[in-house]
Design a protein around this ligand. Structure first.
Ligand code: NAD
Length: 298
């Protein structure tokens, strides 16, 4: 199948490679030349631009940072035409970025008017899951469109959930990431307290992992350097899931909570914690670096 893949960052790059490994004809594009060069070196076919990538594509997958990037790409920006005008009628767009549900619905409506199918399919599982092809997909859209996408999603993920109509995947994703932001801050706080008392972070993490405090960060993504060899914490907090992306997701959750008149006190506090961490210059580091603001200095 001819697939266009737009957005080759920490997540999109390995996801596109998994589709190519499965035998699909992938034409990829990213605005960042270093990202394109890295993936070209891994054997991915890089198109000259997004319009060239979607020529003749049956499926278009996007993995971009935020709402404005997805809206700008598909609907146009600064007088530039949107990509929907270049995508073949009858094609399927799968947007895996984490964005506002309202933006997914807006793009889906325009796609439908152009005879193009659309689903939102944000993911969870981190860069490790993207590389291993074990992501969790949270899909919003019709059953029929999900079934069209399923064989491709199965090449990139291990769990595929149908959350509801277009936008429902995004709503599930911001609930999950609000919890993730809270649990990473809480896990960091607990490890920092133990270490300040002289405990070995590896031993403490293992105790909590096997106790009632066990969670995903303690299983796979420990914020303390050296506990998990492959976690961003052990690589200078490079790659992974950026603090600014977590801040965006916590902001989406708070906007939604305001609209729903929902009470999300810990989500609100977590947003403020990551905002302070970003302002202190850590926006580009993996979000688990939040432990730095909770650790004793010197
Ligand atoms: P990233 O910043 O590493 O990559 C995004 C890429 O999109 C960049 O390379 C950028 O150049 C490119 N881009 C932006 N606008 C573009 C455009 N118009 N055309 C082409 N390329 C464009 O981000 P990421 O970590 O890969 O995350 C992507 C999305 O997935 C985000 O919405 C994020 O919240 C979500 N997500 C990330 C993780 C993670 O662990 N990193 C996990 C789950 C979900």
């Amino acid at each position: 199948m001819h697939i266009a893949f737009i957005g080759l960052g920490n997540m999109g790059g390995p996801m596109a490679l998994n589709l190519q490994k499965a035998g699909h004809d992938v034409r990829a594009f990213d605005l960042s030349k270093p990202a394109c060069d890295k993936l070209a070196a891994d054997g991915l076919k890089i198109a000259q631009d997004a319009t060239a990538a979607v020529q003749g594509a049956e499926v278009v997958i996007s993995m971009l940072p935020a709402s404005q990037h997805v809206e700008g790409l598909f609907l146009g920006r600064d007088g530039q035409p949107g990509l929907l005008g270049a995508i073949a009628k009858g094609a399927l767009v799968i947007d895996s970025s984490t964005i506002a549900a309202a933006t997914s619905q807006k793009v889906a409506k325009a796609a439908e008017a152009a005879g193009i199918a659309f689903i939102d399919a944000p993911v969870s599982g981190g860069t490790g899951g993207a590389i291993a092809g074990t992501l969790t997909f949270m899909v919003g859209g019709s059953e029929a469109n999900l079934e069209r996408a399923r064989p491709l999603l199965e090449k990139m993920g291990a769990n595929i959930f149908h959350a509801g109509a277009v936008g429902a995947g995004q709503t599930a994703k911001i609930c999950n990431n609000m919890l993730l932001g809270i649990l990473m801050a809480g896990t960091s706080e607990a490890i920092a307290l133990g270490v300040a008392n002289g405990l070995d972070p590896k031993v403490l993490s293992e105790i909590m992992r096997r106790s009632s405090g066990g969670n995903w960060a303690l299983e796979k993504y420990n914020p303390f350097p050296g506990v998990h060899e492959n976690a961003p914490a052990s690589k200078g907090y490079a790659g992974g899931f950026g603090t600014d992306l977590m801040l965006k997701d916590l902001g989406l959750a708070q906007e939604n909570a305001t609209a729903m008149r929902a009470s999300t006190p810990l989500g609100g506090l977590a947003r403020s914690i990551y905002a302070a961490h970003s302002l202190a210059g850590h926006g580009g580091e993996d979000f688990s670096s939040v432990i730095k603001m909770l650790q004793k200095k010197g």
